[in-house]
Design a protein around this ligand. Structure first.
Ligand code: AHN
Ligand code: ZN
Length: 325
C-alpha cells in the first residue's frame, strides 16, 4: 500500500514538473518567495500544425477572393474563441498591377487594459502568383509557409495564453496584403508595393495612442530545417530584442534554427511596424547561400514543406520570451 502511494506521488509530481517549465521567482527577500512561480506553457505540435493546415485548406488567400473572405472569418472566430478582443481593420488595398481589393488586418488584443505590451505579427494573405516557379507562374500559391505558418504559431500562442494567464498585454496582428508586391528588377524601388496592411496600420493604429515595448514578426517560420539568421533591419532597430530572442532560443536548445548568420535587410512588415513606432524584429527563414526557401513563391509552398518541429521551436521561443517579461 505504502509502496503504491510512493509510486503515485512520484508519477504525479513528474507529470506536474514536466508539463510546464517554471520561471524562478526573481523577487526573493530573505528566502521568502513573494511572486508565485509562473508556468510557461509549450506548443502542442499537432494543434499548431492543424492551425496552419486549416488556413491552407481554404485555398489561396489573395485579397478579393472567396477563400480570403472565408479565412478572414475563421481567423476572427478563432481569436474571439481564445478570448482576445478582436478588431477587423478594413482598408482598400491598391496593388501595383492596377487592381484593388477589400483587405483586412485582423487584430486580437490580450489583456487590453495592461500598459506593458508586446506586439506579435504575421501576414495572413498568400501570393497571387507563383513567379518563382517554372510552371503555372500566373496562378496563386497556397502559401503554407509564406503566410499560414506564422499565423498558425500565433493562434496556438493565443490558445495557450488563454489557458495560462499572462501578466502583460499582448497584441496579435495578422496583416493583410503583404505578399502582393513587385519583385524589383533593380530599376525601380518597389518597396512600397509590399506590406500594404502594415503600411495602413502604421498610419491608422487600431487604438489611439497605441504603444508596445517591441514587436516580433514571424514570416516563413514553419519549413523543415528552417534557418533564422540575424536580419539587418532587426539588428539595427532592436538589437536588444534580437539578443534576448536568440539567447532564449539557444537556452531552449533551438540554436540549430536560430543561427548567427548576418542576413541582409528584408522589406517586410517589421519595417513598417517599426516606422509606425513599435520597433520590431523579423524571424524569417533564410537558408544558407542566400535567397529564401526553394519553395518560395512557387506551388511547392504547400503542407509538404511544413514541419511540426520548426513550428514548435519558434512558438516555444516566443512563449518563453513573453512569460519572462
Ligand atoms: C521582398 O521580396 C521585397 N520582400 C519579401 C517579403 C516577403 C515576401 N515575405 C514573404 N514573402
Ligand atoms: Zn512571399
Amino acid at each position: 500500500m505504502y509502496k503504491y502511494l510512493t509510486i503515485t506521488i512520484f508519477l504525479v509530481s513528474t507529470f506536474i514538473f514536466s508539463s510546464c517549465e517554471t520561471k524562478n521567482p526573481s523577487n526573493n527577500k530573505g528566502g521568502i518567495t513573494i511572486e508565485p512561480e509562473i508556468k510557461i506553457p509549450s506548443i502542442n505540435k499537432d494543434s499548431v500544425y492543424a492551425m496552419v493546415k486549416a488556413q491552407v485548406d481554404f485555398g489561396s488567400r489573395m485579397p478579393g477572393t472567396e477563400p480570403h473572405k472565408k479565412c478572414s472569418e475563421w481567423l476572427k472566430d478563432k481569436l474571439e474563441n481564445y478570448g482576445t478582443k478582436v478588431t477587423m481593420q478594413r482598408f482598400k488595398a491598391d496593388f501595383y498591377f492596377g487592381k484593388s481589393a477589400e483587405a483586412v488586418n485582423i487584430i486580437g488584443a490580450i489583456n487590453p487594459e495592461k500598459k506593458r505590451r508586446v506586439l506579435l505579427c504575421a501576414h495572413w494573405d498568400s501570393r497571387f502568383q507563383a513567379d518563382q516557379d517554372t510552371e503555372r507562374k500566373n496562378e496563386a500559391i497556397l502559401g503554407a509557409d509564406d503566410g499560414a505558418s506564422g499565423v498558425g504559431v500565433l493562434l496556438e500562442i493565443a490558445r495557450l495564453i488563454q489557458e495560462n494567464p499572462i501578466d502583460i498585454g499582448v497584441d496579435i496582428i495578422f496583416f493583410d496584403a503583404e505578399d502582393q508586391g513587385n519583385d524589383s528588377d533593380g530599376t525601380d524601388d518597389t518597396t512600397l508595393t509590399w506590406c500594404l496592411g502594415s503600411q495602413y496600420w502604421a498610419n491608422n493604429k487600431h487604438v489611439g495612442g497605441y504603444k508596445a515595448e517591441y514587436g516580433i514578426l514571424l514570416d516563413m517560420v514553419g519549413s523543415k530545417g528552417a534557418r533564422f539568421g540575424r536580419e539587418a533591419y532587426s539588428m539595427q532597430n532592436a538589437p536588444d530584442v534580437m539578443n534576448k530572442v536568440w539567447k532564449t532560443a539557444k537556452d531552449l536548445g533551438y540554436g540549430n534554427y536560430f543561427v548567427d548568420d548576418n542576413v541582409g535587410g528584408i522589406t517586410d512588415d517589421h519595417v513598417f511596424v517599426t516606422r509606425g513606432g513599435v520597433r520590431t524584429i523579423d524571424i524569417i527563414n533564410r537558408p544558407e547561400g542566400g535567397g529564401f526557401g526553394k519553395y518560395w513563391h512557387t506551388h511547392d509552398d504547400d503542407m509538404g514543406v511544413i514541419s511540426k518541429k520548426s513550428l514548435a521551436a519558434v512558438g516555444n521561443v516566443v512563449l518563453n520570451v513573453l512569460y519572462n517579461e
